[in-house]
Design a protein around this ligand. Structure first.
Ligand SMILES: Nc1ncnc2c1ncn2[C@@H]1O[C@H](COP(=O)(O)OP(=O)(O)OP(=O)(O)O)[C@@H](O)[C@H]1O
Ligand SMILES: [Mg+2]
Length: 234
């Protein structure tokens, strides 16, 4: 599904990703881990074509990231918004289909239906008409997931969706992602290794260089911020 061939990327001459070589299968869920500033968010931005590799190439389903972008759902890291901004949960989700807004400012019925389905999937339909400022942290994340999945993406990218959530809310989030995993490829950035291990088949460790490993080869030192493979494994 995703072929990354010798990709390097720098910001202002400072190398963030160096010669990344990866082949990712649509049937699997990948956890992306690594230290702060290691390049995880940059990696996702490259997959969506918002950034361009300085060398190497990325192809997704034999298309460029820009060509494939419409089939990718994205939940950004700590989405920031003005809690007083008068936007309802339903309106936030509809923003996932902005290109379908009519010139007169109306949402076609089929688009509203898709937003409704997405809100049902994430368990937030009862909040559809409420202002987003009144949601809890976990509910806001669910609303952003609904926005990301309303167009039935082939790939869902989530950038630290469990950060600063209570353990019980994290569990609910993981259960939701397990459900979504049946319908789409999921790449999830997280520092909460223990939780994402419940859904991930593979782990991508991003710290300038990128390595792919089976979840069973992940060392528990990772949760202490020391990223290496289990001794004896290559
Ligand atoms: N727009 C930018 N301009 C310049 N440097 C940037 C930019 N965005 C990120 N960086 C730098 O690139 C490096 C990688 O950043 P990135 O956000 O990809 O890391 P990350 O692994 O997502 O970190 P975190 O875990 O803190 O979210 C960091 O050193 C960061 O300061
Ligand atoms: Mg990041």
């Amino acid at each position: 599904m995703i072929e990354i061939n010798n990709v390097s990327f720098s910001y202002d001459g400072k190398k963030v990703l160096d010669k990344v070589q990866l082949s990712l299968d649509e049937k699997h869920c990948y956890a992306i881990i690594g230290p702060n500033g290691g390049g995880k968010t940059t990696f996702l931005q490259l997959l969506m074509g918002f950034l361009t590799p300085e060398s190497g190439s990325i192809s997704i389903n034999n298309k460029s990231p820009v060509e494939f972008r419409n089939s990718i759902g994205y939940v950004p890291q700590t989405p920031s918004f003005d809690k007083l901004f008068p936007l309802t949960v339903e309106q936030l989700v509809l923003m996932g289909a902005l290109s379908e807004l009519s010139p007169f400012g109306f949402w076609p019925k089929k688009v509203k239906e898709k937003a409704k389905k997405a809100l049902e999937t994430v368990g937030l339909i009862h909040k559809a008409k409420e202002p987003i400022g009144e949601l809890s942290g976990g509910q806001i994340q669910r609303a952003y997931i609904a926005r990301a999945i309303m167009n039935h993406p082939k790939i869902l990218l989530l950038d630290e969706p469990t950060a600063s959530l209570d353990p019980d809310v994290v569990k609910e989030m993981i259960a939701l992602l397990k459900k979504l995993k049946n319908d789409m490829m999921i790449l999830i950035v997280s520092h909460d290794l223990e939780s994402v291990m419940n859904i991930a088949d593979f782990v991508i460790c991003v710290q300038n260089q990128v390595s792919l490993m089976d979840v069973h080869d992940v060392c528990h030192h990772f949760s202490l911020g020391v990223y290496h493979q289990l001794r004896g494994k290559k």
